[in-house]
Structures are given as structure tokens and as C-alpha cells.
Design a protein around this ligand. Structure first.
Ligand SMILES: C[S@@+](CC[C@H](N)C(=O)[O-])C[C@H]1O[C@@H](n2cnc3c(N)ncnc32)[C@H](O)[C@@H]1O
Length: 211
């Protein structure tokens, strides 16, 4: 997926991936990461997800990265926060109390730009990317977060019936990307009501990865 693909989606408001309330899987399972209050949660490819609002409401700090400035303006409007904005070489850095968002390309993030990460929350991020990019994404994610504990949501469906995003990421792929670095715990599998795009049978899987 090239950058223009996502910029066009935001420009044209084609954001079917955006959920209108915090994700119930996040709410049900996040505590299983056993994090301390004020832990700093990395939300890669964050869009304007309301999951950030939920994480903040639970007393966590949040750091995100997102290509689209449109998304992040709408995110802060939705949060009712006025950010301080700084332009750095690779990123536009939006900052407010307990939240940092870097607008730019995830692959340009370094661990020093990102700062401390106590956990990762990945909904519609890994699965947003095609296979060749997913390998790079997972390697980079592990590097810049120093293998932070990780709540991961994936979709699984017959990829020959329709194309992503979201792409199908099955158990074998999760093992291939992460097993050298994490202990992988499968938590749950939930059928997608009416299937993906209202027609393709699909399940959502929930994983906790611990170093
Ligand atoms: C499928 S959406 C999911 C957004 C969010 N996680 C959610 O649950 O609503 C994927 C997002 O990743 C962003 N994105 C895609 N590639 C990116 C990259 N290389 N760096 C930063 N953001 C990226 C897109 O602009 C889009 O907002």
C-alpha cells in the first residue's frame, strides 16, 4: 500500500475501517497485558481511532503514528484537545497532555523519536499492509519498541475471494512474524458479523504477545 492510497482514502473520507465507538475487544482484553498506571501505549497506524480516547480514559499515555494529517486533526478535535504542533525532519509532532502523535511514515520512526513504549495496541495496522510490507512492519515494530508486550487483532478469511486491506493474517503468519521474539498467546476468535464487506466469511483473532 503506497502512501497515496491512504492519503486518498482520508481525502475522500473513505474510511470504512474507522469504528464509531471504542473497540470491544480492546476493552475486554487490554488488562491482560498487566500494565502499570500511566503506561505508555504505542498505537501504530492509528488513524483517528476512538480506542485512543478509551486508552486515555483508563489512565494510560498514548503515542501514535499516522500518515494522514487530516486524520490527526480530526482525532484531536474528537478528543477536545488543542495540541502543540512541532515540525521535525520526518514528522509533524502533535502533543497534548498524555498524548504524542507523529504524522509521517511509520517506517521513518526510530526508537529515540518514539520514546518509551510499555505496550503496543495493533488494530487494523498489521492487517492494513500487504505481505511484503508486513514483514518489514513487524521487524521495525519489534526494533523500535524493544519488543514491548503487544495486543494484536487480526482478520482471517479466504484471500482468494477478495483483496485487502484488511489482509488476511492467519496463525502461521503471526507465528512467522513474531515467534522468534515473543511468546504468542491466542486469546479468542470472533466471527465477523455478516462477513468481511458484508459477504466474505471472516473471523477476527485476538493475540497477546509477551517478550
Ligand atoms: C486501516 S486504517 C486503521 C486505522 C486505525 N488503526 C483504526 O483502527 O481505525 C490504517 C491507517 O494506517 C495509516 N497508514 C498506512 N500506512 C502507514 C504508514 N506507513 N505510516 C503511518 N501510517 C500509515 C493509514 O493512513 C490509515 O489511517
Amino acid at each position: 500500500m503506497e502512501e497515496d492510497f491512504w492519503h486518498d482514502r482520508w481525502q475522500n473520507n473513505q474510511i470504512g475501517f474507522h469504528e464509531t465507538k471504542p473497540n470491544p475487544i480492546l476493552i475486554q482484553h487490554f488488562h491482560k497485558l498487566d500494565l502499570k498506571d500511566q503506561s505508555r501505549i504505542f498505537v501504530p497506524l492509528c488513524g483517528k481511532t476512538l480506542d485512543i480516547q478509551w486508552l486515555l480514559s483508563q489512565g494510560y499515555r498514548v503515542v501514535g503514528v499516522e500518515l494522514s494529517d487530516i486524520a490527526i486533526k480530526q482525532l484531536f478535535d474528537g478528543l477536545g484537545l488543542v495540541p502543540e504542533i512541532k515540525q521535525t525532519e520526518a514528522f509533524k509532532h502533535y502533543q497534548a497532555k498524555n498524548i504524542d502523535i507523529f504524522v509521517g511514515n511509520f517506517f521513518d520512526l526510530t526508537s529515540s523519536i518514539l520514546g518509551r513504549v510499555d505496550a503496543i495496541y495493533d488494530r487494523a495496522a498489521l492487517v492494513a499492509l500487504p505481505e511484503d510490507m508486513r514483514k518489514k512492519y513487524t521487524k521495525h515494530l519489534i526494533e523500535i519498541t524493544h519488543k514491548a508486550p503487544y495486543l494484536l487483532l487480526t482478520y482471517s478469511y479466504d484471500q482468494s475471494l477478495t483483496n485487502g486491506p484488511p489482509f488476511s493474517v492467519d496463525e502461521q503468519m503471526v507465528q512467522n512474524y513474531y515467534s522468534a521474539h515473543y511468546s504468542i498467546n491466542f486469546l479468542d476468535e470472533i466471527p465477523v458479523p455478516n462477513g468481511l464487506r458484508g459477504q466474505f466469511p471472516s473471523t477476527q483473532s485476538v493475540w497477546i504477545l509477551k517478550p
